[in-house]
Design a binder for this molecule. Structure first.
Ligand code: SF4
Length: 365
């Protein structure tokens, strides 16, 4: 898909033509300009040639393991399924590939986890994307293309009446490939379009951005006046371990990250999530749980911001080097957090059978 030239092609047409074109792409989810019958045949052909809407993608389905023991694991081109999570590998104009995932929740929400970069320069040890290295930032259109792909997909499901289907992307999380704050301007523009009622109409409170702790990004973000959800990839309760797992911590210590988070909370009054993947024998000990509890109750941070700290415990998805914590260790870890009064949830793991879960996004190109 390439919408870069859309405005230019329509610049000599009456103003309402651009509105019609955007509506067709973002509201009716057309994938071929031939379906835009309100345009002349010549214009449709020109648009198909210069602004193609086709998205080159392969999809992989995963079936909800919690409610159904049957695993459906198939690769098809642009097919549909009633699966609870769907991963799409999208080929970009220059041949590079990105991954994006749709998670379909029982309450009807359809969350798309989008990538913001091809690969990632931060090289966190536990992350498959980090192992790919960094290739380039995604354009605004390439970020939006991921949500468009799944809107089209959900439309197909609704039309084919797959049982329990609900229509349209309702939530977007920037937790796919890449560090969103290292592609700040494009991510911000994409967020504004996702939120725009003339485009995706997704509430800002249904949009989340996850950062490894790029302090300048957090500080800049809080000035944008957006009430969206911020998540911090924490993954360790102290600087030493965090630096071993996430080299970026050398530059941004926990103290600096927490201070930026406090400013974010003071400005937005929004809860901030601290993502913590539980890796066997690395960050899942009793001592780590106790340290994490102390960090969440850190007396040097104002009480009114601490109250809005929230820990998301995530079961690690093996990417080669490390192993996931055992259920026993996870239980002990949770007990310590609970006893210490830390706000936390254990996030349900979507799609680990299709490598669509946290830290597992990676492509070969
Ligand atoms: S965890 Fe996030 S920041 Fe770290 S390497 Fe992976 S994508 Fe990049």
């Amino acid at each position: 898909m390439d919408l870069e030239n859309l405005e230019k092609i329509l610049e000599n047409e009456p103003d309402f033509r651009l509105k019609q074109a955007n509506e067709a792409v973002f509201k009716k989810y057309i994938s071929d300009w031939s379906d835009a019958t309100f345009f002349t045949k010549e214009l449709r052909e020109k648009l198909n040639k210069e602004c193609p809407l086709e998205i080159l993608a392969e999809t992989l389905f995963s079936k909800n393991q919690k409610t159904n023991n049957t695993h459906i694991l198939t690769t098809v081109k642009n097919g549909v399924s009633g699966a609870d999570s769907v991963k799409a590998k999208i080929t970009l104009k220059d041949g590079l590939e990105i991954e994006t995932v749709l998670m379909r929740h029982e309450d009807g929400r359809n969350t798309v986890c989008v990538s913001s970069q091809v690969g990632c320069p931060l090289g966190c040890l536990f992350c498959a994307t980090g192992k790919m290295g960094f290739k380039r930032n995604l354009s605004v259109n390439e970020i939006l293309e991921q949500a468009i792909f799944f809107n089209r997909y959900l439309k197909k499901i609704a039309l084919s009446e797959v049982e329990g289907s609900s229509f349209g992307v309702t939530n977007v999380t920037f937790m796919g490939m890449g560090e969103p704050f290292l592609n700040y301007e494009n991510v911000l523009k994409a967020i504004r379009i996702l939120n725009d009622k003339n485009y995706f109409n997704i509430g800002v409170r249904s949009i989340s951005v996850s950062t490894a702790g790029i302090v300048e990004g957090i500080e800049k973000f809080l000035k944008e006046g957006l009430q969206l959800n911020l998540a911090i990839s924490l993954h360790a309760p102290n600087n030493k371990l965090r630096t071993e797992l996430m080299p970026i911590s050398k530059k941004y210590s926990l103290e600096k990250v927490l201070s930026a988070v406090d400013n974010y909370i003071l400005a937005t009054k929004r809860k901030v999530m601290f993502e913590y993947v539980l890796i066997k024998d690395v960050n899942d000990s009793k001592e780590c749980a106790e340290e994490l509890a102390k960090l969440m109750h850190n007396p040097s941070t104002p009480l009114r911001t601490r109250k809005l700290y929230f820990v998301n415990l995530i079961l690690y998805n093996a990417t080669g080097t490390f192993k996931p914590s055992t259920p026993q260790r996870v239980e002990v870890f949770k007990k310590i957090l609970k006893k210490s009064g830390v706000n936390f949830v254990q996030r349900y793991r979507f799609g680990d059978d299709i490598k669509a879960a946290c830290g597992q996004f990676a492509t070969s190109k």
